[in-house]
Design a protein around this ligand. Structure first.
Ligand SMILES: [Zn+2]
Length: 147
């Protein structure tokens, strides 16, 4: 696992985190490693990722401490002004929204200057980022709005 973005990888940091042409100031937050693959396929995203490995799901006893939210907050904090934007690309369902809201609160309390955006709602409600087609994902990325 990559110690920076928590993506599944054999090398640490992973190829995306260690790529100097990727913008370390833009972090795209996703639920699963497979979501990274889907977004990478669009070729439209030049920032880096943060993989949560799940979403907040009270019905299944998954709270914020069960997924990698604290690590994300630390990344935003630790690098100070260098992180400009956090893109919330959690799934457009109840758990994904709850996770996005929680992250927004945490990140803003640590670093109020960070811009937080959410993927545009071209994505069908209840859909998985993982299964979204490239055109839909690209539109969602380009049309992201301040959260
Ligand atoms: Zn990484």
């Amino acid at each position: 696992m990559c110690s920076l973005c928590k993506n599944v990888t054999e090398q640490d940091p992973c190829v995306i985190c260690s790529n100097p042409s990727r913008d370390q100031g833009i972090i795209c937050v996703v639920e699963q490693p497979t979501d990274v693959l889907s977004i990478e396929k669009t070729g439209k995203f030049k920032g880096v990722y943060h993989v949560l490995h799940g979403s907040i799901d009270p019905l299944n006893n998954i709270g914020p401490d069960e997924i990698y939210i604290n690590d994300l907050v630390k990344r935003v904090q630790g690098t100070g002004d260098s992180v400009q934007e956090v893109i919330l690309a959690t799934n457009p369902n109840m758990e994904g929204e709850a996770t996005a809201m929680y992250i927004t609160k945490q990140v803003k309390s640590q670093n109020a200057k960070v811009k937080i955006t959410r993927l545009a709602h071209g994505l069908p409600v209840g859909a998985d980022i993982e299964y979204a087609d490239e055109v839909t994902l690209t539109r969602a990325l380009e049309g992201r709005r301040e959260y």
